[in-house]
Ligand binder design. Structure first.
Ligand code: DAT
Length: 185
C-alpha cells in the first residue's frame, strides 16, 4: 500500500480499499471477509447501482444495468470522504484515483471463473465475455492505467486457502495504514 497519501486525497485515518476483478474472481466474498477482519464498511457498487437507480436502464443481452458512472461517483463521494470503506466492483477506471489507498485486483484461472459464473446461472455469452476478459487481463490493465503502481496489489483467488491468505494480507496493510495515519485528526 502507498503509505505516502496521494497528494490530492484528503487525509484519512483509515484507508479506503477497492477490491476489483472480473466477475467470478471472488470480490464479493473476499470483501465481506476483509470488511469483517479489518473493521471496514463494505460498499458493493453493483447493489448500490440497483438500489439507488444509478444506471441508464437494463441491458437485456447481458442481464445487467447500463452503469451511469457520474451518478455512481456523485453518490459515493460523501461515503468515501471519511475513509474506512471497502468497495467491491468489477471495473475500476472511473473512480477518482484519490479515493483509494489500496486497489486489490483478484485473478482466477479460466476454469474457476467459468465454473463460478455457470454456477451463478449466467447466460453463455456473459460467461464467455467474462472468461475472455480475465484471459485478456482487462481489469488488471485498467487498474494499472488508473492508479499508481505501488497502490495496486494483484492476488490469486483460486482456492479457499488463497482467499484466507488474501484477507490476512489486506488486513495487515489496513492496520499498517492506520498506525501510520493515527496522528490525523
Ligand atoms: P465476484 O464478486 O468476483 O463475482 P464472488 O465472491 O461472488 O465473486 O464468488 C463467486 C463464487 O466463487 C462464490 O460462490 C464463492 C466462490 N469463490 C470466490 N473466490 C473463491 C476462492 N478463492 N476459492 C474458492 N471459491 C471461491
Amino acid at each position: 500500500m502507498n503509505s505516502n497519501v496521494i497528494p490530492t486525497s484528503p487525509p484519512r485515518r483509515s484507508p479506503n480499499i477497492l477490491i476489483t476483478g472480473t466477475p467470478g474472481t471472488g470480490k464479493t466474498t473476499t470483501s465481506e471477509m476483509v470488511a469483517l477482519a479489518a473493521g471496514l464498511e463494505k460498499v458493493t457498487v453493483g447493489d448500490l447501482v440497483k438500489e439507488r437507480n444509478l444506471h441508464d436502464g437494463y441491458n437485456e443481452d447481458f442481464d445487467t444495468y447500463w452503469l451511469n458512472e457520474d451518478k455512481v461517483v456523485d453518490e459515493m463521494e460523501s461515503m468515501m470522504a471519511a475513509g474506512g470503506i471497502c468497495v467491491d466492483f468489477h471495473t475500476c477506471g472511473f473512480f477518482p484515483e484519490r479515493w483509494f489507498d489500496l486497489v486489490v485486483v483478484l485473478r482466477a484461472d479460466t476454469k474457476n471463473v467459468y465454473d463460478r459464473l455457470e454456477g451463478r446461472g449466467y447466460k453463455a455469452n456473459k460467461i464467455n465475455e467474462n472468461v475472455e476478459s480475465e484471459i485478456m487481463r482487462v481489469v488488471l490493465d485498467e487498474a494499472l492505467e488508473s492508479y499508481q503502481e505501488d497502490v495496486v496489489l494483484v492476488l490469486d483467488s483460486n482456492t479457499v486457502d488463497d482467499m484466507e491468505t488474501n484477507v490476512e494480507k489486506i488486513a495487515v496493510l489496513v492496520e499498517r495504514f492506520r498506525e501510520e495515519h493515527q496522528h490525523i485528526q
